[in-house]
Design a protein around this ligand. Sequence first.
Ligand SMILES: [Zn+2]
Length: 305
Amino acid sequence: MSLVFISHPNCALHDVGNEHPESPERLDSINDRLITSGLDFSLVKLQAEPATKQHLYRVHDQSYVDEIFAKTPEHGMVHLDDDTQMMSRSLDAALYAAGANIMAVDKVMSGEAKQAFCAVRPPGHHAERDKAMGFCIFNNVAVAAAHAMEVYGLERVAIIDFDVHHGNGTENIFFDDPRVLFCSSYQYPFYPHNVGPGNAHILNLPLPPGTDGDSWQEAITEQWLAKIDAFAPQLVLFSAGFDAHFEDDMAHFKLVETDYHWITNEMKKIADKHCGGRMISTLEGGYNYSALGRSVAVHIKAMMD
Ligand SMILES: [Zn+2]
């Protein structure tokens, strides 16, 4: 069984200007690298369908979702927060980004695929129940987890967030839902700043600026791996941000491709043991085009191996 690679051209239509790091070219860099690496031929490519409001209401307040629909401008730009804007096609992109995650869950849970990667934007992990934040409008990985629990009755879903920023939105959405084990490693102090200690099923792992791959792997090994194994997930989700890469100027971690291979492989061992290898990854950050393309290719290959 192959890995399904889910995307949609509409995810590239959200474009809030050349100055913004979260650009449509990010998806081009991934596609280009998959082609040059030869990995492209091994993937089953699918076009996402848009998420429905009902899918979004599972993780966002109804009033928030309706407000986003109402705010979509015909022309120009609407600011949702300091660095999150919407233009005429942003809602469309956000719906396809969330919808890709619905499709990924359906494919993996039905057994049509073992793994899925959602090459989507805007990203999602900063979006809270009632708030857009940090380039994120709808929380794509949360939409996936909620779909897996509601439609397929899963009781244990692990979300591994290795973006350099804390996944505050995902924590906010599942803080009181112990069916989700949420693990987030991130630079601290750093955006989004107000990070609490988490709880028994929210494992926050703050690490200082300058963290390199060795210390990152060591911290994750000490603080996460046994807990994730003991949780015995029925599905493993990745909030796959690649802005902790050494070449990414967004932050100050020093991860490289082998670190993304390592985390993917560690989670694959757990997924193979507990849930038949079921893994779904959705794109979050990653703003250096070359590092992003290379890292995604390594991550996808490690999921498939
Ligand atoms: Zn990030």
